[in-house]
Design a binder for this molecule. Structure first.
Ligand code: NAP
Length: 349
C-alpha cells in the first residue's frame, strides 16, 4: 500500500517529537513535511529541535528542512501540535486550504461542529466533519483529541457510564512535567514540589469529559448530563498523569461488574486492528500500590490506561486510581488513532 504523506505542525515541540517517533514505522502514513515557528523555520530539523525522547531522531527526519507554518506546499493530512493561541489562527487556515487537520490543541475542541474523538469511545462523532464550512468549501476539516488528563479518565469512565450511568465524577490529578511542553515548568519550581494549579486544565477536563461521553445530535453534541469536578496538580514525574477518581452511578454496581466492564471494553481500533491501537485499552492491576508511572506508563506502548485500587467510597459509590501516558495516549497517539479512524472511514481519500 502506498503511504499517505503527512505533515506535522509544531514538529519541534514535545508532542511533535512524539509524532515523529510514532510515525517512524507507521504502515499507513509517512512524514513528508515539518513546520514550527519562525525560530525553527529554514533550519534542519535535527538542529532546530531539542530532541527529548529516548529513541534517536529518525535519520531521514533529522535532515528535513523545517517549513514555514503555511498551507502552501503542505500535504493534505496535517497532525497539529501547536500552542493553543497560535492553533486558533493556523488550524482553520489549513482546513480552509483543504487539509485534514488532526489536532491536539484545545483551541477548537469545544466548537460545536468540531468532533472531539476517542475512537474506542465516540467514533460516531466524526460525522460532525460534514457540518464544517471548510468541508463544504474545500474538503478540509478539523478533528481533535482531548486534553491529556481527560483522555485516561474518559477511557476508564466510558465502559462504566454505558453500564451504570454516571451521576457524579470527582477527579484529582497528579500530572507529569512533560504535559507542560518544553522547556515547560522551571526545575526550581517543580523539583521536590507539587504545584496545585495548571491554567485552564480543570475547566478543560470537566467540559471535554462531558462532550466525549455526550450524544451526537445532528449538528452538535449534547453533553453527558453528569456532574463533574476536577482538581489538577503538577508533580515531579517525567511522563504519565495519575488520577484519583470517585464516581457515583445511577444504577447499582458491584465491584465484580465494574472489573468486568473494564475487562470487556474495546472498540473499533481493536476490532479493526488499527496500527496504533493497544490490544487492551483499559487494564486493571490488582496490586495494592499500583498503578505507578515508573512501572505502568509504558504498558501497551503507552496507549493503555491502567486502573487500580478499586474500592468503595464513603461519600460517592466507588473510587479508583488511573494512569495514562500524557504525550502518547494523551497526545500524539490519540491523534494517530483518530487519523487511523478517519482513514478507515474514508475521510483521507
Ligand atoms: P511545546 O513543546 O511547547 O511545542 C510547541 C510547538 O509549537 C513547537 O513546535 C513550536 O515551534 C510551535 N510553535 C509555537 N509558536 C508557533 C508559531 N507562532 N507558529 C508555528 N509554530 C509555533 O508544546 P507541546 O507540549 O508539544 O504541546 C503542543 C500542543 O499539544 C499544545 O496545544 C498542548 O496543549 C497540546 N497537548 C500537549 C500534551 C502534552 O502532554 N505535552 C498533551 C495533550 C495536548 P518552535 O520550536 O519553533 O518554537
Amino acid at each position: 500500500m502506498k503511504k499517505i504523506p503527512v505533515g506535522i505542525l509544531g514538529a519541534t515541540g514535545i508532542v511533535g517529537q512524539r509524532f515523529i517517533q510514532m510515525l517512524e514505522r507507521h504502515p499507513w502514513f509517512e512524514v513528508s513535511w515539518l513546520a514550527a515557528s519562525d525560530r525553527s523555520e529554514g533550519r534542519d530539523y535535527g538542529d532546530a529541535a531539542r530532541w527529548r525522547l529516548k529513541t534517536p531522531i529518525p535519520a531521514s527526519v533529522a535532515k528535513m528542512r523545517v517549513s514555514a507554518a503555511m498551507p502552501e506546499n503542505a500535504p493534505k493530512v496535517i497532525f497539529a501540535a501547536l500552542d493553543s493561541g497560535i492553533a486558533a489562527e493556523l488550524e482553520p487556515r489549513f482546513a480552509e486550504a483543504g487539509c485534514a487537520v488532526i489536532s491536539n490543541s484545545s483551541a477548537l475542541r469545544m466548537a460545536k461542529d468540531v468532533p472531539l474523538v476517542i475512537p474506542e469511545v465516540n467514533p460516531d462523532h466524526i460525522k460532525l466533519i460534514e457540518c464544517q464550512s471548510w468541508r463544504r468549501k474545500s474538503g478540509g476539516f478539523v478533528v481533535t483529541n482531548s486534553n491529556c488528563s481527560a483522555m485516561g479518565l474518559v477511557l476508564a469512565l466510558a465502559p462504566l457510564h454505558k453500564r451504570f450511568e454516571l451521576e457524579t465524577v470527582m477527579a484529582v490529578t497528579m500530572q507529569a512535567v512533560s504535559g507542560a511542553g518544553y522547556p515547560g515548568v522551571a526545575s526550581l519550581d517543580i523539583l521536590g514540589n507539587v504545584i496545585p494549579y495548571i491554567a485552564k486544565e480543570e475547566e478543560k477536563m470537566e467540559e471535554e469529559t462531558r462532550k466525549l461521553l455526550g450524544t451526537l445530535n445532528g449538528a452538535g453534541v449534547t453533553l453527558a448530563p453528569f456532574k463533574m469536578s476536577a482538581q489538577c496538580n503538577r508533580v515531579a514525574v517525567e511522563d504519565g498523569h495519575t488520577e484519583s477518581v470517585s464516581v457515583k452511578f445511577k444504577k447499582k454496581a458491584q465491584a465484580a461488574e465494574i472489573l468486568e466492564a473494564w475487562a470487556e471494553f474495546s472498540g473499533i481500533p481493536q476490532v479493526q486492528k488499527f496500527p496504533t491501537a493497544p490490544e487492551i485499552p483499559v487494564r486493571y492491576v490488582d496490586a495494592v500500590d499500583r498503578p505507578q508511572p515508573r512501572f505502568d506508563v509504558e504498558f501497551g506502548g503507552g496507549m493503555t490506561t491502567t486502573v487500580g485500587r478499586l474500592r468503595q467510597c464513603a461519600v460517592l459509590d466507588w473510587k479508583f486510581t488511573l494512569l495514562s501516558h500524557n504525550t502518547i495516549r494523551g497526545a500524539a497517539g490519540a491523534a494517530l488513532l483518530n487519523a487511523e479512524l478517519l482513514k478507515a472511514e474514508g475521510y483521507l481519500e
